[in-house]
Design a protein around this ligand. Structure first.
Ligand SMILES: NC(=O)C1=CN([C@@H]2O[C@H](COP(=O)(O)OP(=O)(O)OC[C@H]3O[C@@H](n4cnc5c(N)ncnc54)[C@H](OP(=O)(O)O)[C@@H]3O)[C@@H](O)[C@H]2O)C=CC1
Ligand SMILES: O=C(O)C1=N[C@H](C(=O)O)C[C@H](O)C1
Length: 255
């Protein structure tokens, strides 16, 4: 079977682990990686990550001219760079390359741009691409319907250096109709990869839905799940939670 060709934006804390997940999986070929700086320019991500073969040539944003995506075709582009990466890959969308953006926080302008790409190709946007957090997000909406009077607080914990409020926590708050200023609690300590908890407080009981990414590999596995789902789908905007919600629908008759 022909391998699925992948291009990755971002080669930081997460991008490196994502690249490794694709290098470890025989279904995929890592064709290139784009980063902001000129560090490791034209070296192979595979070599830098300890593999003994060449894959994932490293480029900088400045290398992306008119023909970059035509000369180095891929089936899917996975974005773990930052909110500016999106301005470099309009031509990828026009060429029909599947776009998966995992950027945790976009301004409206960037969200609109991403939506415009969905007219030409399949686009999936997910501020938290793990399977687990999306299951939790759907479960929380069901629980809120079952217990509409519960007090709800969201706690998100991340590594000390994370500057912005968790995009995942904001998305959870929006999906539950909660004011982010009032109900979102952020903790920044040490090296926590990412933990989210939704606390439902009732007079005589407390329900806690929590999810923790214990390795950034969880994000790579989520991206792989997303690509497999998107193969053969028509152009349009997709999200992880709508894929998971559909799976809930198909599997809900438990009793
Ligand atoms: N949706 C999800 O599940 C998850 C989302 N994220 C999100 O992914 C993003 C990256 O996180 P993290 O790895 O921790 O961040 P880092 O700061 O460690 O890495 C960012 C990377 O992006 C590159 N970069 C920045 N701007 C551009 C650009 N315009 N074009 C191409 N590359 C660029 C940087 O290049 P250089 O190395 O040259 O400086 C760097 O390699 C964040 O938005 C984060 O919140 C993270 C984990 C999970
Ligand atoms: O910056 C990160 O690393 C992460 N960001 C996400 C967010 O802001 O919600 C998701 C994940 O927990 C890791």
């Amino acid at each position: 079977m022909e391998k699925i060709k992948i291009g990755v934006f971002g080669f930081g804390k997460t991008g490196k682990v994502i690249a490794s997940e694709f290098l470890n999986d025989n279904l995929f070929t890592l064709v290139w990686v784009v980063r902001k700086s000129h560090d490791d320019h034209h070296k192979y991500a595979s070599r830098l990550l300890g593999y003994e073969f060449d894959a994932g040539e490293i480029f900088t944003g400045e290398d992306i001219g008119e023909d970059f995506f035509l000369e180095r075709p891929v089936d899917a582009l996975i974005d773990f760079s930052d909110s500016t990466g999106i301005y470099l890959y309009k031509r990828a969308a026009e060429a029909g390359i599947t776009i998966i953006s995992a950027i945790s926080k976009y301004e409206q302008e960037e969200l609109d741009l991403l939506k415009s790409f969905a007219q030409c190709t399949t686009v999936l946007y997910s501020p938290n691409i793990t399977l687990g957090i999306n299951v939790l997000m759907v479960a929380a909406q069901i629980l809120q319907k079952i217990a509409p009077h519960a007090d709800i607080e969201i706690v998100e914990e991340h590594f000390k250096g994370k500057k912005e409020v968790s995009g995942t926590a904001q998305k959870i708050a929006n999906s539950l109709g909660l004011n982010v200023e009032e109900h979102l609690n952020s903790i920044r300590v040490g090296g926590i990869v990412g933990r989210h908890e939704i606390i439902f407080g009732m007079p005589n009981q407390t329900i806690r839905l929590s999810h923790e990414s214990i390795s950034r590999a969880a994000f790579g596995q989520g991206a792989i799940f997303a690509i497999k789902f998107l193969i053969g789908k028509p152009p349009g905007m997709y999200t992880m939670e709508t894929i998971i919600a559909e799976m809930f629908r198909q599997n809900i008759p438990v009793y």
